[in-house]
Write a protein that binds this ligand. Sequence first.
Ligand code: NBP
Length: 509
Amino acid sequence: MPQQPLADIGLIGLAVMGENLALNIADHGFKVAVYNRTTDIMRKFIARENPPGGLVGCETIQQLIAAVKRPRKFIILVKAGPAVDAVTQQLIEAGIDTDDIVVDCGNSLFTDTIRREKQYADECKFFGSGVSGGEIGARFGPSLMPGGDPNSWQHLRPIWEAIAAKVDPKTGKPIETATPGHPVTTGVPCTAYLGPNGAGHYVKMIHNGIEYIDMQLIGEAYWLMSNLLGLKAPELSRIFATWNQGDLDSYLIQITADILQQPDPMHMGDYLVDYILDTAGQKGTGKWTSTNALDMGVPANSITEAVFARFLSALKHERIDASKPLTGPTPSYTGNKEQLINAVRDALYCSKICAYAQGFQLMREAQKEYNWKLDFATIAAIWRGGCIIRARFLQKITDAYTRNSDLVNLLLDPYFNDQIKTGQTNWRNVVSLAATNGLPAPAFMSAMAYYDGYRSVRLPANLLQAQRDYFGAHTYERTDQPRGQFYHLDWPEPSRPQIAIVKGAGGGH
Ligand code: NBP
């Protein structure tokens, strides 16, 4: 019997992401050997889906290794965490070569990827690649965020570029016409090498952090319009659909319009959104982004606020109890409806700019911390298609970083600065309306606090530093002396002030 040609790549983990990614790879003409811990799942998958010659089912890790051509490439798509190490160890114990490439495509914490690359360096090339777009993205074109050994990338690149989402080179808009067996093969792929070790998973984590705040902002826009204007789901759907024709054009706005027009299957004439319990879940990537911001001292307050908003939503029983004794105004708005809708649109756009500014500020700091050289124009470009935050807006970010790759903050780019200049009166009015009507809008408000804080020459931190020196002798710098000179005042005895220069930088505990 003639021997079967070896597979181009192996894939481990046939849950929703693994199955869809395997089919996507096969659609592009690559042969994929697939393995799953529970063999029956693999057998059923092959029986159900095997496109002509595209998939090779393997019952053991040894079979999988034997089925893939050298240098072997393996994608791991198992539950993030210890399972990734378990699978990597199995591959190593089963005899993969040092040149074989093991790519973790799950939502792994980037520090785990940094650790794994080092830990397995003598046994294989461990590589991390973020994947965004959920099951549909995995099937027809995700945004792929690879990071690891640059030579390994050259082996992965043809597959990654083939299976990634594509955008139109002229407009930057996603080309979304793939169907099973008919993949999109033209356009600019939404993938690029991002840097060594954990860079890919780091960028994916920031993507997810931005996704949290993008969703929270849309939720607040929906909530303000429905409470202040009394709008019902179908009308709100039409507003979001209209917004989707302009600067806010994005996947999340588009699905919001779709969701709001969905009738409830259990109540004729009603809309599903009104019956969905108002408690949001989360899988932790927003928390990782927030923790990273706190660790690095980067003010990503809106991203963090979006995570807290989910935590607050989860306190449903407490909120019901608290709604009785805790009073506030009853929402009421008597102004012009169209003006308010436009104002909410502007508030959403201005806040979104601030949220992305925070995400990119985080990446700017991380590249120093982890010794990467991230290309921000490229990162925005590979988010234009395939991923959950895909949006017309990302082309503007690509343009901003193409104009100036050293841009300190997105807010300082002329386009984004102009947008905030144009929209900020409306934005401020919406934030005021939210506050005076007792409607929570933490993302709109925190984005504005970020904007106003970032543009302030002086902040009240002088008083704060004085307090720190008063109670803890943490020292302070003076506005009339060079930076780096630290002073301490003997505060409790103001009749005998003593000023002393504390030597060295960064006094305090
Ligand atoms: P899950 O995260 O639900 O993981 C299930 C898979 O992991 C199954 O194939 C399971 O095998 C395998 N597995 C587990 Br659990 N423990 C294992 C172990 N110790 N050894 C070997 N295999 C093990 O799958 P998913 O939802 O497809 O997601 C895969 C990865 O992609 C995750 O990291 C996820 O965070 C990420 N991701 C998911 C999405 C999404 O929309 N779902 C989007 C983007 C990224 P079994 O069948 O034998 O139990």
